[in-house]
Design a protein around this ligand. Structure first.
Ligand code: NDP
Length: 302
């Protein structure tokens, strides 16, 4: 029996995409250029190909443009850096997405660092991470932003709540924890101002810590790591994990068990995944606006 409110990421993402489509139409009608995302895909990893295709289709569906830059597996770090330099200088490209993981012989950090901060729609650049940590974000990182959006759209405030984030990656856990503890990242003070604990693979007494949470976010990559015994009845459970088990997609939490005791829960698939893509679109539009403003500011200075 399901007691928990199921937080529908697919429907929420569709709503957000509609809003982005309206904003994009208004932007273009006002004379703005078509916001364009460059997706860089290296090698033939099937999952990466699907992710990039979905992102490209999503762009087009809301009136953005996308260009795919496909490179063979043998591409060197230097060749990728050259490509990024070209894309950074191309005034018709507003956002750059490097699909991860890159092949092992490539210096991923060097490649990510080479994306211009104003085109950094994934919000990985040190400058953008620094701005977020200081509470004045330029771009919100896509997956953590998706987590906050679904909480906001379902009116589940986190201010003053104990939020336990399991996972400390630079893509999900760390930036999400940072956003949660800010005063306001643009969604209003109710969707920030949390008391945040981060757990990772070396955390002692994780079950005890998770049990003390009002909101649990699992971003680990291990099926059913978070069990019903670890979660307090009435807690909100956000499952970021995506794991393939016997050709089925599952998250990091015991979904059937937790659906019976949680106040609200996100499913996998159909939870945070669709929101991640929606927030990438939002960042691409924002990147285009920021670059347009920067060019105008330069023109008035001359
Ligand atoms: P990473 O592998 O980069 O990080 C995993 C984190 O989990 C690490 O911090 C690791 O700790 C921690 N961890 C591993 N084992 C345990 C454990 N037993 N107990 C507690 N913590 C543990 O993964 P990502 O953050 O990139 O992704 C996490 C999951 O989210 C994956 O399933 C990924 O596919 C999914 N994902 C989903 C997205 C979406 O759109 N829905 C987007 C991005 C990711 P330590 O640091 O100590 O190693």
């Amino acid at each position: 029996m399901t007691n928990a409110l199921v937080l529908d990421g697919k429907a929420t993402a569709l709503q957000i995409r509609k809003e982005i489509e309206q904003d994009t139409t208004a932007w273009k009608q006002g004379g703005g250029p078509t916001p364009t995302l460059a997706a860089v895909l290296v090698g033939d990893d099937p999952a990466s190909q699907v992710y990039v295709r979905n992102k490209e289709r999503a762009c087009v569906s809301v009136g953005l443009a996308s260009q795919l830059f496909r490179k063979p597996h043998a591409t060197t770090t230097e060749e990728l850096l050259d490509l990024l330099n070209t894309l950074n200088c191309d005034a018709e490209i507003h956002g750059i997405l490097v699909q991860l993981p890159l092949p092992a012989h490539i210096d991923t950090q060097a490649v990510l660092d080479a994306v211009h901060p104003l085109k950094d729609v994934d919000a990985f650049a040190p400058e953008n991470v620094g701005l977020l940590v200081q509470g004045r974000p330029r771009f919100l990182p896509c997956t953590p932003h998706g987590v906050l959006q679904i909480l906001a759209r379902y009116q589940l405030p986190v201010a003053g709540k104990h939020v336990v984030v399991v996972g400390r990656s630079d893509i999900v856990g760390k930036p999400l924890a940072n956003m949660l503890l800010q005063k306001d990242v643009g969604l209003g003070p109710d969707f920030a101002n949390a008391t945040v604990t981060i757990c990772h693979s070396r955390t002692a007494n994780m079950a005890e810590i998770v049990r003390s949470a009002d909101v649990v976010v699992a971003a680990v990559g291990q099926p059913e790591l978070i069990t019903t015994e670890m979660v307090s009845p009435g807690a909100i459970v956000i499952d970021v994990g995506i794991n393939r088990v016997d050709s089925r997609l599952v998250g990091d939490v015991d979904y059937p068990g937790l659906s019976a005791i949680a106040r609200a829960i996100t499913p996998v698939p159909g939870g945070i995944g669709p929101l991640t893509i929606a927030m990438l679109l939002s960042n691409t539009l924002k990147a285009c606006r920021l670059q347009n403003d920067a060019v105008k500011a330069l023109a008035t200075r001359d």
